[in-house]
Design a protein around this ligand. Structure first.
Ligand code: HEC
Length: 170
């Protein structure tokens, strides 16, 4: 009996130590200095299928055209360029978010809203969450080109930015 108690005690001490160190190792590896539980990459670029920085060239005009059509079909029920609707105005989203963040938002809105602190904060302002439209990565990239092009066009024509948050001073 005594042996059994000793055995159990030793085992629990061992498990306690093992779990404890495992946990802190995980935290160190995952959080990379911030305490959100996300990597620094995820904090900046979102959570989803895009896990590395992309190299974007000049705006691709053929993609812009396809992206514009997709935007009208899939996004315009909730987003306008220069007006809040269900979601934020998107003309200048490529200036406030990284391209990777935009793609992850398009491809994984449910995960973003659940686990990303910034997407959660934005959702608090807009209430109804963005739905997953099951687009392919290529379609998402076409929409990204469209978004980049309307942003550029807006700057060239001095179109004012509609703030993301109502409380913004801007
Ligand atoms: C059912 C409504 C709905 C649809 C459809 C929708 N969105 Fe959204 N979207 C939202 C809402 C609401 C938010 C803000 C809340 C959030 O970020 O979680 C948002 C946020 C975003 C953001 C982040 C904005 C920012 O500044 O953080 C991007 C980018 C975006 N949407 C792009 C798109 C694109 C592109 C499409 C079409 C493929 C689309 N959305 C379709 C409702 C929608």
């Amino acid at each position: 009996m005594k042996q059994f108690i000793y055995g159990t005690l030793l085992l629990s001490v061992f498990l306690f130590i093992a779990c404890g160190s495992d946990d802190s190792a995980k935290k160190g590896a995952k959080a990379g200095g911030n305490n959100s539980g996300l990597t620094d990459f995820q904090l900046k670029n979102g959570i989803g299928p895009i896990t590395a920085k992309l190299t974007l060239g000049e705006i691709d005009v053929a993609k812009v055209k396809k992206g514009a059509d997709l935007f009208v079909q899939k996004c315009s029920p909730c987003h306008k360029l220069d007006k809040r609707l269900v979601g934020p105005a998107l003309r200048y989203v490529s200036f406030r978010r990284t391209p990777e963040y935009i793609l992850n938002m398009i491809l994984n809105p449910t995960g973003m809203v659940k686990d990303h602190p910034e997407a959660r904060k934005v959702l608090g302002e807009y209430l109804s969450p963005m739905t997953d439209m099951h687009l392919t990565p290529d379609q998402a990239k076409e929409i990204l080109e469209y978004i980049r092009s309307v942003g550029k066009e807006g700057k060239e024509n001095n179109i004012p930015e509609v703030p993301l948050f109502r409380s913004s001073a801007k």
